[in-house]
Design a protein around this ligand. Structure first.
Ligand code: ZN
Ligand code: ZN
Length: 139
């Protein structure tokens, strides 16, 4: 048995690259720790997921960079290398799509943004349809 086989195997990302991790001591209410342990089993994984969630629109976890631009429809990573790699093995530079007032995501369906962008107030395809039904064109 080699020395490397001792201990837990290294964490790897979905491309198989080793993820270097660091121990960070945090003080938490023991009842919260107990709850998370019971609920999900692995506090570290859960903490990392929660932190990524907390920064999902401020930080690109592909680039590990915070060059994020927000517009009316979405949050976009503007890291040049990421932009060049978009669609070539990298995840989309659009980190998250916003939601219409009705709750629908603005994420394009079949590659097409089906709503309308009226200045800062975009509207999803469903709302456009409804609006047209309520406001028939005058003949
Ligand atoms: Zn990025
Ligand atoms: Zn809508």
């Amino acid at each position: 048995m080699t020395k490397n086989s001792v201990g837990r195997p290294p964490k790897r990302d979905k491309d198989g690259n080793k993820v270097y991790r660091k121990i960070c001591s945090v003080y938490l209410d023991i009842r919260l720790v107990q709850y998370i342990d019971d609920k999900v089993g692995n506090l570290s994984d859960w903490m990392e997921k929660a932190m990524r969630k907390a920064f999902e629109n401020e930080y690109c976890f592909y680039c590990f960079d915070d060059k994020i631009k927000e517009n009316a429809l979405n949050y976009k990573c503007t890291n040049m290398r990421h932009e060049q790699m978009d669609g070539k093995g990298a995840p989309s530079i659009i980190l998250n799509w916003k939601y219409c007032e009705c709750g629908n995501s603005f994420a394009p369906v079949d590659g097409q943004f089906a709503g309308i962008t009226d200045g800062d107030h975009p509207v999803c395809a469903n709302c456009v349809r409804e609006w047209r039904l309520l406001n028939p064109r005058e003949e």
